[in-house]
Design a protein around this ligand. Structure first.
Ligand code: ADP
Ligand code: MG
Length: 214
């Protein structure tokens, strides 16, 4: 299964370029979400980070997949302020690990990449499901990926299940009370708002599907 589904460096470059564009496009929307339960900087923070990634990307084109994502992650870590900087920085730094010494990965390895990325976010932020954070989008997405692969769905359908679960997970943060991050201070008043990090991470995962070549 999935033996024909090989993803090259060009896929990952395209994904990062597209994420950068999307963050720019959704910058004000993400910042508005953060204005409701945070400090109104989430879209702004991410935009600064991804602009820098876009600027530096040409320097990374000879790197292997691991090296490429390490650079993406380090750049985000260095440039993105707030909680999201270290979280997305860790995500991308770990995301590339299974691509060590490689210019292409298998679909199974793509799953491993997401697994390492999501686990890195969980380890760094110590958030679990239901705490109204990006983990509420990322963890269900990862679980859905694994489940869909076990059910032998086609690669494209696996990616769709992955993104659907992220969307549903993000949507579910609306009814949650924040237990982590800045929004935690609002307590009950954090309810009724979509979590900005869950929204941005869903957007990021959607790009992996949009660019998916199969
Ligand atoms: P800050 O809250 O420092 O201003 P951002 O506004 O950039 O940082 O990012 C806020 C988002 O970060 C939240 O919406 C939430 O999804 C995410 N977040 C905050 N703390 C954590 C955590 N401990 N674990 C996972 N995600 C978190
Ligand atoms: Mg903020």
């Amino acid at each position: 299964m999935y033996t024909d589904c090989i993803l090259g460096k060009d896929y990952f470059y395209q994904v990062i370029e597209k994420i950068a564009g999307l963050i720019e496009e959704k910058r004000d929307y993400l910042t508005e979400l953060d204005a409701a339960i945070g400090d109104a900087d989430h879209g702004f923070n991410l935009s600064i980070g991804f602009r820098e990634v876009l600027k530096k990307m040409p320097e990374w084109k000879d790197k292997d997949i691991k090296g490429f994502f390490r650079s993406v992650g380090m750049t985000l870590l260095g440039k993105v302020g707030g909680a999201a900087g270290p979280l997305y920085g860790s995500f991308f730094m770990k995301f590339g690990e299974p691509g060590s010494g490689k210019d292409e990965v298998t679909f199974q390895e793509l799953f491993e990449m997401f697994k390492q990325g999501v686990e890195a976010v969980e380890q760094r932020g110590k958030a679990i499901l239901g705490e109204k954070t990006m983990v509420d989008a990322l963890r269900p997405a990862l679980n859905a990926f694994e489940k869909a692969m076990k059910e032998n769905l086609e690669a494209k359908q696996v990616m769709e299940a992955f993104v659907d679960a992220a969307r549903q997970g993000a949507e579910a943060t609306i009814d949650m009370i924040a237990k982590k991050g800045r929004a935690m201070r609002l307590g009950e008043r954090s309810r009724g708002h979509l979590d900005p990090g869950a929204a941005s991470s869903t957007m990021i995962l959607e790009v992996f599907l949009d660019c998916f070549p199969f």
